[in-house]
Design a protein around this ligand. Structure first.
Ligand code: SF4
Length: 320
């Protein structure tokens, strides 16, 4: 019989039932490290016609940019503005330039290098996070990203996996397959580039077994971080039309907490959890409205782990 894994990492998890990315950063750099979202003005093949022209079903016209991100500003201006706006920022704070909006490996290599170099050169920037699609990572781009690997520099590639099921990727109108995701993760791992995958829980048509199958697949992939999102409905998206037509229901808070804990129990304790839920400002959120109360949701997740007396990786060994 396989023994239950004790939370041997509990100390570095700071009492949380999962290994949060913010704790990972604080422990590694011994200071506050904040991410600065950047809109580099790049496009997306699922919008410009190369793969599709209407975008993913959940993606608003701004390419999922954070509120206030302005592509009209230069990257140094965006970083300087964000630093000023961070209320808790001080001289000891360090920053990671997070290329968030649209597809940040989609462009000529020389342009990508210019953009990454510019961000990495700003004062107190100690890392880069580059968000992209799995079908926009040819080897030459991965080689470029890999060139930023150096001691003391925090480098991450964020890959929009969303689901391991092609039927779900079709519903989401992603325009790539799970095979593309596995290929991108594997080729990034060959270059020792840490990968964080984005996942969505609550995709219409996905059963609990389907979601746990994605967790099982991830157990065998060289993934260092996971960003969880609930499928929320944002104004001016195709998903909002589907919702308005009464063709889908988002997960309730209770169901999301339950399935998220089931998932986290199955992932390796060595993986960092970068996010527990989607995040959107009130003015653009259609549903579910519980997504506006991040603190309540985080507490519900911790309470659920406490009730179960489990934690990240609790079922990890038994799945292998
Ligand atoms: S790949 Fe990203 S930017 Fe492009 S449509 Fe989908 S979510 Fe939006």
């Amino acid at each position: 019989m396989t023994k239950k894994r004790e939370p041997s990492n509990a100390a570095r998890w700071h009492g949380k039932p999962y290994h949060s990315f913010s704790d990972y950063l604080r422990d590694k750099y011994n200071c506050r490290v904040l991410k600065i979202p950047i809109n580099a003005g790049l496009s997306c093949p699922n919008r410009d016609g190369a793969v599709g022209s209407s975008g993913c079903v959940f993606c608003p016209p701004d390419g999922s940019a954070s509120p206030g991100m302005l592509a009209s500003m230069t990257i140094p201006e965006q970083i300087a503005t964000a630093k000023m706006n961070f209320k808790r920022s001080d001289a000891a704070t360090k920053y990671i330039a997070y290329f968030q909006a649209f597809t940040n490996t989609y462009g000529p290599l020389t342009l990508l290098k210019q953009l990454y170099d510019l961000a990495a050169a700003q004062d107190d920037v100690i890392g880069l996070m580059i968000g992209t699609r799995p079908d926009c990572l040819p080897d030459a781009v991965l080689d470029l990203v890999c060139s930023y690997r150096r001691p003391g520099f925090e480098l991450w590639l964020e890959i929009g996996m969303q689901s391991s099921h092609d039927k779900s990727l079709e519903f989401l109108r992603r325009g790539h397959t799970n095979g593309d995701t596995i290929s991108a993760i594997t080729r990034a791992a060959i270059r020792n580039i840490p990968v964080c995958v984005h996942l969505i829980l609550g995709i219409p048509g996905e059963t609990w077994n389907d979601m746990m199958a994605t967790a099982s697949l991830l157990q065998g992939l060289p993934v260092s971080g996971i960003k969880f999102h609930h499928l929320h409905i944002i104004r001016n998206t195709a998903l909002a039309e589907i919702f308005d037509a009464g063709l889908m229901n988002p997960l309730t808070l209770r169901d999301y907490v339950s399935v998220l804990c089931d998932f986290i129990e199955r992932i390796s304790p060595d993986v960092t959890v970068h996010r527990l839920m989607g995040d959107r400002e009130e003015s653009s959120l259609v549903a579910p409205r519980w997504g506006l109360h991040k603190g309540t949701v985080h507490k519900a997740i911790e309470d659920e782990f406490r009730r179960r007396a489990t934690h990240q990786g609790f079922l990890y060994d038994r799945q292998r």
